[in-house]
Design a protein around this ligand. Structure first.
Ligand code: MRU
Length: 345
């Protein structure tokens, strides 16, 4: 089954509602920058590359929506659209990368008729989507070579087709390994509190007939100590210029455990996720989400009323714990500033 996380239908962006998967599979339709921003904020769409693609379509939708307006209103409306999208979520740098790319295209065609500008922006959004799938395929091929036949691989959160335009980053590595004839099996961390592992990674792997075993986050150390995990592959929301990796909360814990047990810790990472403007992981903005996500799930709350709650959504794994970054330009072992600079050549 081909998972189309985002698709262009009847002049609207449609996105799978990831809040209700796997219990229900449904698309929601979007027709403006503000509505796409709300879809990103509320996690209808999530995962760094998918957020970037959604934001690019948000810009194109805003241009289509405003194309009948005067030039002045079109310009001010477009700037407001960029701003509302920029404010949707703070950690995944792909959002800002995609908006920057759309802004550059917009600056190049600004003098043309509104309709032509809107069409050009839509073309660019389509290209960002198509490019994302090509990049995931390239990363998948490099990453698959790192996994031995029969490997039991742990992953955290969901860095799959649902987190991208298709194929996936970490799960793309698994898909490519299977395509190359390797027998691999996946251990999926549940990923509290939003349950991306239990709901999304497990669902993707089951659809694909890739053997998958679900564990709660606190079981990873036990599994490693028993020799039941051969490698870890995760995705990332932002890599700093020194190689520090921000990813879903709990990733740091997995990386520390992997080092303790001499298990390779790989991060699948398109170049659009590397932020060369940031010196180290401490400078990466970490989103704090609602306490409701920790209190319980959806409407059911199990935590004691009145307890204070923290909900940082991401953590930072220092570069020294990263065995290698898997990028579309190849594998970067023991990443550091010089190696990342060289990647951008
Ligand atoms: O809060 P989310 O679900 O958007 O967080 C997603 C992750 O942390 C993913 O691991 C990351 O974006 C990489 S997706 C290819």
């Amino acid at each position: 089954m081909k998972i189309e996380t985002l698709r262009w239908m009847n002049n609207k962006l449609e996105m799978i509602d990831q809040r209700v998967l796997p219990a229900s599979f449904q698309y929601l339709a979007y027709d403006s920058a503000a509505s796409v921003a709300e879809g990103i904020r509320s996690m209808v769409v999530r995962g760094a590359p998918a957020i970037g693609v959604a934001a690019a379509y948000g810009v194109a939708l805003e241009a289509l929506r405003l194309q009948g307006a005067s030039l002045v209103d079109f310009h001010s409306g477009m700037e407001a659209g960029f701003t509302v999208l920029e404010r949707s979520r703070p950690t995944a740098v792909n959002l800002f990368w995609a908006l920057q790319r759309m802004h550059t295209v917009w600056s190049m065609v600004k003098g043309q008729k509104n309709e032509a500008v809107a069409q050009r922006l839509l073309e660019e959004a389509h290209e960002i989507l198509a490019e994302d799938i090509r990049i995931n395929r390239a990363m998948g091929a490099f990453g698959a070579e790192l996994l031995p036949d029969g490997a039991r691989v742990l992953t955290h959160c969901n860095a799959g087709a649902l987190a991208t335009a298709g194929w996936g980053t970490a799960l793309g590595v698994f898909r490519s390994a299977v395509e190359a004839g390797k027998k691999i099996s996946v251990i999926a961390d549940e990923t509290r509190p939003f349950l991306q592992g239990a709901r999304l990674t497990a669902w993707e792997m089951v659809q694909e007939n890739i053997p998958v075993t679900l564990i709660t986050d606190n079981m990873a150390g036990f599994m490693m100590s028993r020799g039941e995990i051969d490698a870890v592959v995760v995705g990332t929301d932002r890599v700093a210029s020194n190689g520090d990796v921000a990813n879903k909360i709990g990733t740091y814990m997995v990386a520390v455990l992997a080092r303790r047990h001499n298990i390779p810790f790989y991060v699948a990472c398109p170049l659009s996720t590397i932020d060369m403007s940031i010196v180290g992981g401490a400078d990466i903005p970490i989103e704090e989400r609602s306490a409701d996500e920790v209190k319980g799930f959806r409407d059911y709350h199990w935590a004691a009323e009145g307890v204070s709650i923290r909900n940082p959504s991401f953590d930072v794994t220092p570069a020294e714990l990263v065995t290698a970054l898997i990028t579309e330009r190849g594998v970067v072992r023991q990443p550091n500033r010089d190696k990342l600079r060289a990647l951008f050549g």
